[in-house]
Design a protein around this ligand. Sequence first.
Ligand SMILES: C[S@@+](CC[C@H](N)C(=O)[O-])C[C@H]1O[C@@H](n2cnc3c(N)ncnc32)[C@H](O)[C@@H]1O
Length: 261
Amino acid sequence: MQSFKGEVTSHYLAESAKLFSSIKEASYEKMFIASGHTVLDLGCGSGIDVITLVDRVGPGGQVVGLDHDIDMLKKGSQNCLDANLMSNYLFVQGSADQLPFKSDLFASCRSERLFMHLSQPDQTLSELLRVTEPSGHIVIVDTDWASLSIDTTLPGTERTLSNYRISHVLKNGYSGRSLYRQFKSLDISNIKIEVIPIYLTDVDLFYFISLQNAIEQQALADRVISEKELSYWRNEMELAAQNGSFYCSVNIVIVSGQKPN
Ligand SMILES: C[S@@+](CC[C@H](N)C(=O)[O-])C[C@H]1O[C@@H](n2cnc3c(N)ncnc32)[C@H](O)[C@@H]1O
C-alpha cells in the first residue's frame, strides 16, 4: 500500500474552497492588490485562487500560479478557460523550494495550505521573500492541525490519530503555529496574525475535509492504532452522526507581512 502523505484531488480543492471562502477572501485583502500588479499563488493547485486574483489585478496585471503537480496545473488551465479568463495568468510547474523567478518580481505573494506539505518550509519562505518586491506583501494561510479538537469519550484515540497526522503523515504538521516564528526569523516587516476557527457538526464533511479516513487507515497499517481501538472510535463517530451531536473545531492561521525595503 502506498503511504498516504496528505495528497488531495482537484475535486477536494473545489469542495474545500466553499468552506474556506471567507479565509481566502481575508488572504486576498492582505495582499493589497492594485490594478496592474503581478502576483504569485504558490502551491496553486487547480487554480481556484488564480481565477479570483486575475479579476483583482485587472487586464494590465498578471497572476502566476506555481505547483509541482502537472495534473493540478492542467486542471487549473481548464478552469481558467471555463471561466473565460483573458490571458493574464500563467501556470508554472516547479518546486516551492526553488522558485524559477527572478528576484523582486511580484507585488505580492500568497500560499494556502501548502506549508504543511513542505520538508523545507524556511527555504520556501526565503524564496518567497526573494521573489517579492521591496515593500511587497507575503501572505501564508495554513492549518494549525495541533488545534484539531473532536468531541469524544475516547480522547486517547483522538490524540493518537491527531499526533500521527502531525508527526508521520504531514511533512510539516505544526506549520500553522510556526509561521509567525518563520516570519520573525527572516525580519519580515509589519507582521500581522489572524486566526480563524472553523467548526463542523457534520461528521461526513469532517471526514472529507480532514482526510480522516485515509489518516485512520494509514495509522492502522502502521500499527499506531489497533483494529479494536479503531472500531471503538468508528462506532463512536457513527453514533455521534446518528444523534446529530458530532462536533469538531480547528484553527486556520493567516500570517502576513512586508518585504523590508
Ligand atoms: C492542499 S493543496 C492547496 C491548493 C491551493 N492552494 C488551494 O487552496 O486550493 C496543496 C497544493 O500544494 C502543492 N504542493 C505540495 N508540495 C509542493 C511543493 N514542494 N512545491 C510545489 N507545490 C507543492 C500540491 O500539489 C497541491 O496542489
